[in-house]
Design a protein around this ligand. Structure first.
Ligand code: NDP
Length: 475
């Protein structure tokens, strides 16, 4: 079997590297071939605790008005037992299973059977069949970019139902929030397990599989690079975008509808959260072709981290602000609204412009203008597994000359704005900025480690030219 041969090859390569004293040489970039104890400990921690963390947050809102400390106090003082909390938690229902199955099936249909038409009439939008980056094995995958279309169709149907058809209440997501959590978990675990089995027995591209020999690491970080079913159903593009990000705005709308139902109005904080996160989501789909060039698609393998993360972590924890505002309908003063709006829009502007600069630079191979001038860059090269040498460029102009990941800085400013929109009464809505700071700092270090393996001394020349990671002069 191809995957088994590749696994053997990986073992030999690992052995050779150890003899040469090089852990990661050029031609072996991507996720690790070997697992250090820290990575293993982090992975075991996440596998055990990430589902509990999600449950804890959602349960705190459901049973404790979003207080994160009260459940702990109740347990520590013996006021309540774990079983009391668990017994009050809504269980999986047929209704939720039906809603969730229909939802995922609908997104699969939109993804695989309706080729993109948006690029035919929306000026500047890049959709339809697009190519991804070169994989470590030298493969270039094609993708059908039709996420914007899926998002528009889904939301048009949502609004048509809410205003005309009334087949279901717009509060349907909120009303089934915990039963839907069980469904999302089932899908998340099922797809990650399937991806693992597929990686072993029928990988889409055996040369792009990675086996560390550690079951937990492989399950978490994935074996296959770009698992697919058929020619077009790409796991990474589908799971991140569709059940995850299309759902984000629908979930927020459902929370706004619940506020309306409970209090007879939608607060300005809820509108702010819906608008700022809506811009972020729409931006993602408008730039879905660009997403093909991000770390998720270019470097991460598909395992539990992406599979379960896209099904559960993203829709449940990225929407905590809206959920919190259902329980605490905060009405902000005008200066607070303006401050949050400015921070959110400025963060979005930096995020978008920085990402756009890199995309433009890479698409035109440096033949473009950044801030009115020809961009400066560092020439670099790397080698794929089959020994082919490729050339690339690292830009040192525009925001990429300010810091090596200024796009993350913009993202963090936007994330902080969502949290600030919820006022200062509880810590729960601030989870997002804490999490994003950890995620993006870790991602930045992980990416730089990978780039260093990939580009070697060329990467060192780049870091000498642009010495800061996120904040010029500070970090
Ligand atoms: P980047 O878009 O920053 O991509 C990093 C890659 O870009 C590197 O691996 C390298 O790839 C290339 N690169 C690095 N420096 C340069 C340079 N100077 N010039 C040209 N190319 C360069 O990272 P991500 O994919 O992580 O993030 C994309 C966006 O998504 C970010 O704005 C981030 O904030 C956002 N994001 C949001 C998340 C969320 O949960 N909300 C999660 C993760 C990301 P190569 O090998 O091609 O050289």
């Amino acid at each position: 079997m191809a995957a088994h041969q590749e696994k053997k090859l990986a073992e030999e390569r690992k052995h050779q590297n150890m003899q040469n004293g090089t852990k990661a040489s050029q031609g072996q970039w991507g996720r690790a071939w070997e697992v250090d104890w820290f990575s293993l400990a982090s992975i075991l921690f996440l596998l055990m605790f990430a589902p509990l963390i999600v449950y804890y947050f959602i349960m705190s809102c459901d049973q404790y008005q979003c207080s994160l400390t009260d459940p702990l106090l109740d347990l520590l003082t013996g006021n309540k037992h774990l079983s009391d909390i668990w017994n009050r938690t809504p269980t999986l229902t047929y209704r939720a299973a039906g809603i969730y199955s229909l939802w995922v099936a609908f997104q699969v249909i939109l993804y695989v059977s309706i080729p993109d038409f948006c690029h035919k009439f929306l000026p500047g939008y890049v959709g339809g069949v697009q190519e991804g980056a070169v994989t470590p094995a030298g493969v270039v995958n094609k993708y059908e970019i039709n996420g914007l279309q899926a998002w528009i169709i889904t939301h048009v149907l949502w609004f048509a139902n809410a205003s005309c058809f009334h087949f279901f209440s717009p509060t349907i997501i909120f009303d089934n929030w915990i039963p839907l959590l069980w469904c999302a978990n089932i899908l998340g675990y099922a797809v990650s397990t399937f991806a693992m089995i597929k990686g072993y027995f029928f990988p889409t591209n055996a040369k792009d599989c990675k086996f560390t020999g550690n079951f937990f690491y492989d399950y978490m970080m994935g074996i296959e690079f770009n698992p697919r079913i058929g020619k077009w159903f790409d796991f990474k593009l589908f799971f991140n975008g569709r059940p995850g990000i299309v759902a984000w705005t629908l979930i927020n709308l459902s929370f706004a509808a619940k506020q309306q139902e409970l209090y007879g109005e939608v607060t300005n904080s809820m509108i702010l959260v819906n608008v700022l996160q809506g811009i972020y989501v729409l931006d993602f789909f408008w730039n879905e072709a660009w997403y093909l060039k991000t770390i998720d698609i270019c470097h991460d393998h598909f395992g539990w981290y992406l599979g379960w993360g896209d099904c559960v972590w993203l829709p449940y924890l990225y929407t905590l602000q809206g959920l919190y505002l259902v329980y605490h309908p905060v009405q902000l003063c005008t200066s607070h609204v303006v401050g949050v709006l400015i921070l959110g829009l400025l963060g979005y502007f930096i995020f978008r412009v920085t990402n756009h600069q890199k995309d433009l630079f890479r698409r035109t191979n440096g033949n473009c203008r950044i801030w009115g001038k020809k961009p400066e860059y560092i020439e670099c090269s790397y080698v794929s597994v089959d020994g082919t040498k490729y050339y690339s460029k690292l830009m040192t102009s525009g925001f990429w000359g300010w810091a090596r990941h200024f796009n993350y800085t913009g993202d963090l400013m936007g994330s902080l704005a969502y949290c600030l929109a919820c006022g200062f009464e509880h810590i729960l809505p601030y989870f997002y900025i804490i999490y994003m700071t950890i995620l993006l700092t870790h991602r930045c270090i992980r990416d730089e480690h990978r780039c260093c393996s990939k580009y070697g001394k060329d990467w060192k020349r780049y870091t000498a030219a642009v010495p800061y990671r996120l904040l010029p002069g500070i970090f």
